[in-house]
Design a protein around this ligand. Structure first.
Ligand code: TMP
Length: 230
């Protein structure tokens, strides 16, 4: 796999969508090939499941079945969008991925064993190269999400109790602490410009490390591996 896979995670109103757009624009301005996508969704089938899940229609099926629906959406998304883009040497920026399942369905009552089996079945070895966690306290995040939403109603997860949102923040931070190589925790309470600058700096540094690593492995290996974004 020659591309570079970056996921964005965080609570409601943490600014993932804005930051993905900003990062994509700055990478494209450097001539790099970038695919932006999101979960649940990213394919027609997964978008249909997004609607079913976020409308709350699947809630009555219970947390395990909801986790299975997220997994079905992820499997399609990985197979038809993420893996082909990475194999084509692109940089993939994905708004939420498996860490959201660990946090949201984990705290929602799904068995850890089920979540692990679904993770293995849907993503296999396709773990992100970097995960940017946009960290924000639940109160500020929910206020921002409400402002963005306007008169629309909160979705299945947004509308839940603030204590659960605070638990989710802690759960994301604890996954990040357990995987410091993969995670970069960014303070998302600052201005969008400041956050975008920090993310751009970090990502460029990681891309440069990958470029040096690939160059160190020799040109024959790089040619065999196919096109690279770097
Ligand atoms: P968002 O696209 O606005 O972030 O909405 C997606 C919602 O779905 C968000 O509340 C988090 C939730 N979610 C899960 O519960 N599990 C998952 O695996 C994913 C990807 C999202």
């Amino acid at each position: 796999m020659t591309g570079f896979f970056i996921t964005f995670e965080g609570g409601e109103g943490s600014g993932k969508t804005t930051q993905i757009a900003r990062l994509a624009a700055s990478l494209r301005a450097r001539g790099l090939k970038v695919t932006t996508t999101r979960e649940p969704g990213g394919t027609p089938g997964a978008d249909a499941l997004r609607h079913v899940i976020l409308s709350g229609a699947a809630k009555a099926l219970g947390p395990d079945m909801e986790a299975i629906l997220f997994a079905a959406a992820r499997a399609d998304h990985v197979d038809t969008v993420i893996r082909p883009a990475l194999e084509g040497g692109q940089i993939v920026l994905c708004d939420r991925f498996h860490d959201s399942t660990r946090v949201y369905q984990g705290l929602g009552g799904s068995e850890t064993a089920l979540i692990e089996v679904l993770e293995a079945a849907t993503i296999g070895e396709l773990y992100p190269d970097v995960t940017i966690l946009l960290d924000i306290d639940a109160e500020t995040g929910l206020a921002r999400a409400a402002e963005r939403r306007g008169t629309a109603v909160a979705d299945r997860f947004e509308g839940e109790d603030i204590t659960l949102h605070a638990d989710r923040r802690r759960a994301f931070l604890s996954i990040a602490a357990a995987e410091p190589e993969r995670f970069i925790v960014v303070d998302a309470t600052r201005s969008a410009d400041e956050i975008a600058r920090e993310i751009r700096f970090i990502v460029e540094d990681r891309l440069e490390s990958r470029r040096l690593e690939t160059a160190g492995r020799g040109t024959a290996a790089s040619v065999a591996a196919g096109p690279s974004p770097l």
